[in-house]
Design a protein around this ligand. Structure first.
Ligand code: ASP
Length: 447
């Protein structure tokens, strides 16, 4: 083995492999590995690590979960370490090159329009499933062990969501990984840089552009060397501590949600890709294999963001101009899986309590679920925390509701893993569709 060969992707040895769609100099490292045998490809290695993690967790139980858990934590910490500088440099680079032109306004409009459309479709699927399967009718949740709610800071009302977007202090927002505030600041800074004279504009653009390349190369190194072991540890810890026991009591509820999420992933999104973008969904799934397994094992669209950006640029073939705008914003506010879950979850609670919700109230649920999914942080369990915003809107409050939400939390992790996959996948579809509509070519074409 050559000395330090494992550091090559980090230190900057030229990488071979798929085309880079990166607009300027295309030099950041891709974590993709086309051309290699299947077992050498990173997404397969991660998938195998996941299966081994399940087996190890079931056999080793709590002691193994404790022994390997720190490796999972280390992996998530490494991914989180990159998020703030990556999002800041990515957005400032993208926006300052587009400028405060009609181009930026158009991109913004398309992005928001796409987010609203797919989240709404997800809500409709959620409502359909819960009304069809009716998992809450006659369900006895009193005997199910309830769990403590995680202490996540989330907005309390729709107005709070809007006010939270503007940071009082950018550094405080960055220290708390307050994504909406960071995105807002980055967009405003990018637009401002685009209005400067070349003497001031160019060095700043070069600084952020180089910073972005450095963050992408760092991402590549972490994913390449740490991801399989990190994923193994995360999954082993999960199955070692919870097993599959909790699933029995809330089986029908979990089944209903899985059906809804699957319908959205395998029917709605492929249709949207075909109709709006003329894109081959199977090829898009193939190109997104890595972010999908990463979203599944981390339960966090935020932590998956670096991998999503890498795959959408280097495999799907979208330019940095579009990804830098669509993906960080998408990871934060476009959460189809979460929106579907909010709608279905609230109607499930109403069914358990024997409170029928009419058409008007169901529409209110859809509206607030949309806002709640926008306000939900891109971290594990955020969806379950913001469900209280939606419950409040239809007056479902009190100790019994809290008890049911606690029981739902007992089975939330695997559902959270699945809805995070949907959240990430919808973002990548959006980037591909918007890139095509902006006249980019070669999107999701077989390399
Ligand atoms: N974990 C999800 C995500 O990061 C959010 C949620 O809990 O629904 O996308």
């Amino acid at each position: 083995m050559q000395p330090l060969v494992w550091l090559a992707p980090i230190l900057g040895e030229p990488t071979t492999g798929p085309r880079s769609a990166y607009g300027r100099n295309g030099e950041h490292m891709s974590v993709s590995s086309k051309g290699a045998k299947w077992h050498q490809q990173l997404h397969w290695r991660i998938a195998i690590a996941m299966v081994l993690g399940v087996i190890a967790g079931l056999i080793g139980g709590e002691p193994l979960a404790e022994a390997v858990g720190w490796l999972g934590t280390l992996f998530i910490k490494l991914l989180k370490m990159i998020i703030v500088p990556l999002v800041l440099t990515s957005i400032v680079t993208g926006v300052s090159s587009v400028g405060a032109s009609a181009g930026l306004g158009r991109l913004f409009g398309k992005t928001l329009g796409y987010y609203m459309l797919t989240s709404l479709l997800a809500c409709v699927v959620g409502l359909l499933m819960v009304n069809l399967i009716q998992p809450g009718k006659g369900a006895d949740l009193v005997s199910v062990q309830t769990e403590e709610m995680p202490d996540l800071q989330t907005a309390q009302s729709p107005v709070d969501i809007i006010l939270d977007i503007v940071p009082e202090n950018f550094f405080a927002a960055a220290a708390q990984t307050d994504m909406l505030a960071i995105i807002f600041f980055a967009i405003v800074l990018g637009v401002t840089i685009s209005t400067l004279r070349p003497r001031h504009q160019e060095p700043l653009q070069a600084l952020f552009d180089s910073g972005f390349h450095a963050m992408m190369r760092l991402t590549g190194g972490i994913i390449h060397y740490i991801a399989p072991i990190g994923v193994f540890a995360l999954i082993a810890r999960l199955t070692g501590t919870t097993g599959f026991g909790a699933f029995k009591a809330l089986g029908l509820y979990a089944f209903m949600l899985c059906c809804g999420l699957t319908l959205h992933l395998l029917v709605t999104m492929p249709l949207v890709l075909r109709v709006l973008g003329g894109i081959n969904p199977i090829q898009h799934f193939r190109n997104m294999a890595q972010p999908i397994v990463m979203a599944f094992s981390t339960s966090s669209s935020g932590a998956t963001l670096p991998v999503t950006i890498d795959a959408v640029e280097n495999k799907v073939g979208v330019s940095n101009r579009v990804t830098s705008f669509v993906l960080p914003m998408g990871a934060t506010i476009n959460m189809d899986g979460t929106a579907l879950y909010e709608c279905a979850g609230v109607l499930f609670i109403a069914q358990v309590m024997g409170v029928p919700l009419g058409m008007e109230q169901q529409l209110l649920v859809v509206f607030t679920a949309l806002l709640a999914s926008i306000g939900a942080a891109a971290v594990p369990s955020a969806g379950l925390v913001v469900i209280f915003i939606v419950l409040q809107a239809v007056n479902l409050t009190g100790p019994q509701v809290e008890l049911i939400v606690g029981a739902m939390l007992a089975v939330d992790r695997p559902l959270d893993m699945y809805r995070t996959v949907i959240n990430v996948f919808s973002d990548s579809c959006g980037a591909a569709i918007i890139a095509k509509s902006e006249g980019e070519t070669g999107i999701d074409e077989v390399a």
